[in-house]
Design a binder for this molecule. Structure first.
Ligand code: SF4
Length: 328
């Protein structure tokens, strides 16, 4: 349910990619249902984690929310404006409110551009500041905010380490003064020693600038550290959402339970007692997802009706939503 404190509202968002055959005629032979009707909201200043195995649709969901992939259906309201259906000047104005930090700090920065050009580009697109000089001054400030020396403004991306490049990507995301940032696995390509520094920086910037994050990740321990609530995705749909502590202490969906059972525990005694749920089989193809509950071919506790009937999406305790026939 949305209220004045809701910044982002996603309703029935779908992203289907056509599958074609043939080089010249390109006959459509099916669709990949990468994101297949997800709905959720994010409160102002909140961090919502989005987790799931590779290929579950979490990255596609984040990118479709910002219009980087055209949505097949649904809407995304950010600060009261529909970001996917706005056109012309309105579109530019609304898109300024939402930015993205990409996973790969090597591929996401143009190697031929200086740091100044990279960080100033969103200001140019959104027509912020009247002159290049003013934009460069702002770019220097942004470098300072992400922990880089303003003297590095005229360097090229290849002169930086992975962690420094990710800081440049963060400065670029901040350049249009956004309210909301999709952090698309922002630390998974970095050395473990650098990951905590980037997470701390993101947390510091969130406090300073009152930012709201969607944090897409597959590292469940890091998600627990940084997120207020967590959504679990499986094969294009969300199967469970809850506050971070509630989800980790009381996971209700069998898929969430299996994911969490694989997270190592720092206490050696608890680690020895930990029971792992090993999921059988591979994730089914999103071209032809299973009927009923999409998780049923791999679910260790599936019952007969799971094959045919899609489980209802229900709030089982305050803020704890789940889709499973066995959860009351
Ligand atoms: Fe398993 Fe059935 Fe629940 Fe799906 S609905 S998670 S198959 S028990």
């Amino acid at each position: 349910m949305s209220d004045s404190n809701t910044l982002v509202e996603v309703k029935n968002l779908k992203k289907h990619f056509p599958v074609t055959r043939g080089i010249i005629l390109q006959r459509k032979v099916g669709v990949v249902r990468a994101v297949d009707g997800i709905s959720f909201s994010i409160q102002r200043g909140e961090t919502l984690g989005m987790v799931g195995e590779s290929g579950c649709g979490k990255t596609t969901a984040g990118r479709t929310m910002l219009g980087l992939y055209p949505a097949t259906d649904g809407s995304v309201i950010i600060d009261g404006d529909d970001i996917l259906h706005a056109r012309g000047k309105d579109q530019l104005k609304i898109r300024r409110k939402a930015q993205i930090i990409f996973q790969d700090p090597y591929a996401s920065l143009n190697p031929r551009w200086t740091v100044n050009s990279i960080v100033s580009e969103p200001m140019r697109v959104h027509k912020l500041f009247a002159t290049e000089k003013e934009r460069s001054e702002r770019a220097k400030d942004l470098l300072g905010m992400v922990g880089l020396s303003p003297h590095l403004l005229n360097r090229f991306p290849h002169e930086f380490s992975g962690g420094q490049r990710q800081r440049i990507g963060i400065a670029r995301a901040l350049a249009s003064d956004p309210l909301f940032i999709v952090c698309d696995e922002p630390i998974s390509a970095l050395d473990v020693s650098i990951q905590a520094q980037v997470v701390n920086l993101l947390e510091k910037l969130q406090d300073q600038l009152s930012l709201t994050y969607l944090f897409v990740a597959h590292d469940l321990s890091m998600v627990r550290h940084i997120c207020d609530r967590v959504a679990v995705m499986y094969l294009g749909v969300i199967v469970e959402i809850a506050e971070q502590n509630e989800l980790y202490e009381n996971p209700l969906h069998p898929y969430t339970q299996a994911l969490l059972s694989a997270v190592p525990v720092p206490d050696p005694r608890k680690e020895r007692a930990r029971k792992r749920t090993i999921l059988v089989g591979d994730v089914p193809s999103p071209i032809n997802p299973p009927s009923g509950c999409r998780f049923h071919p791999r679910c260790p506790v599936a019952i007969e009706k799971c094959k045919d009937i899609v489980p209802e999406w229900r709030e089982v305790s305050p803020q704890h939503w789940v889709a499973c026939h066995l959860v009351n």
